[in-house]
Design a protein around this ligand. Structure first.
Ligand code: UDP
Ligand code: MG
Length: 316
């Protein structure tokens, strides 16, 4: 098997057939040596019915991994990577926002440049609202300064990976998976290829502002311990200020016999300090929650159904 194409699908009933037809058209000669792996991430619409029908009608190899419920895109990617058998593995969205024809360009790049192990597509121009775009930029700045992994800002999950990269990713045992960080963490030489995002063929985006925020927090917690260090430093810093302030008050009282004053100051200090304490406990809690999840050792996803049309074998 030359190429595995992993397609995470969550409520994509309108896109499945379209995606297959477009991919067959785009990949052309590569198709006989390609497997399309659709991961149905617990869709609530008719995605699985469409996938079953596709498996029956498809001329080329189609495999389906269907989850027992929605486990999230990260889980779907992991399931796809585990299933993939190709020398090259591509990850692409089901909504045709990422034109499958780019996979050919990616293959060409890896063909021409043996020194590269992966190609990641990035958007030169983002077609997003101002707020989302601002927060995304800020997130990458924060994660860049907090972690040792360098995450290319605009790079998407739309990638082509050589086998060793896939094996390296699969060797990571963690349950809380943040792909963008994992891609960067495993290293290897990545070629960044610009691409243009298209409109969603059908359906709606699964991301909203809060989901993105939570995703960003997850990413920081998964790849950096610095928030913990920062809350300790804040503690030491505030303690030093408190001692200094205490000395000033004692001197003032001794020299001038200052009457007790400054209730507003006190109120502000209490608010500020308890705020910082709560924040620190919260940060600690996040790490604890993550290690709790890891230590439970639950699987990242549960497979309910697997399909494989095995067309590959019937072809001449
Ligand atoms: N997706 C998924 N599970 C989820 C959310 C999304 O498998 O819980 C898939 C979705 O079907 C699509 C891809 O991830 O193929 C990207 O999602 P979407 O298009 O909603 O994200 P956007 O392009 O808006 O960033
Ligand atoms: Mg999309």
């Amino acid at each position: 098997m030359l190429l595995s194409v992993i397609v995470p699908c969550y409520n994509e009933e309108g896109n499945i057939d379209l995606f297959y037809d477009e991919t067959v058209k785009a990949l052309g000669d590569l198709m006989p040596d390609t497997e399309l792996i659709f991961v149905n991430d617990g869709s609530k619409d008719a995605t699985i019915t469409k996938l079953r029908a596709l498996c029956a009608r498809a001329e080329y190899r189609v495999r389906v991994v269907s989850f027992s419920r929605n486990f999230g895109k990260e889980a779907a990617l992991l399931a796809g990577l585990r299933a993939s058998q190709g020398t090259f593995t591509s990850i692409i969205d089901a909504d045709l926002q990422q034109n499958p024809a780019y996979i050919l360009d990616m293959m060409e790049i890896l063909d021409k440049h043996p020194e590269y192990d992966a190609v990641a597509a990035y958007q030169e121009e983002r077609r997003e609202g101002f707020l989302i775009s601002f927060f995304k930029k800020s997130f990458y700045k924060v994660i860049d300064s907090l972690t040792d992994v360098k995450i290319m800002q605009a790079a998407s999950d739309f990638r082509l990976l050589r086998r060793p990269v896939v094996d390296a990713i699969l060797a990571l045992p963690e349950k809380c998976r943040f792909s963008k960080g994992i891609f960067a963490w495993v290293g290897f030489e990545t070629y960044y290829m610009p691409y243009e995002v298209e409109e969603r063929a059908s359906g709606t985006s699964k991301w909203n502002f809060w989901k993105l925020m939570m995703y960003a927090f997850d990413g920081i917690i998964a790849f950096s311990n610095k928030p913990l260090v920062m809350s300790s430093i804040a503690g030491v810093f505030l303690f030093a200020i408190a001692i200094l302030y205490l000395i000033i008050i004692v001197i003032k009282t001794l020299l001038w016999g200052d009457p007790v004053a400054g209730f507003p100051t006190l109120a502000c200090l209490i608010l500020m300090l308890s705020g910082i304490q709560l924040l620190s406990v919260g940060i600690l809690g996040q790490y604890l929650a993550k290690s709790y999840t890891e230590s439970k050792g639950r699987p990242v996803f549960i497979i309910k159904e697997e399909l494989d049309n095995g067309s590959q074998q019937d072809l001449p």
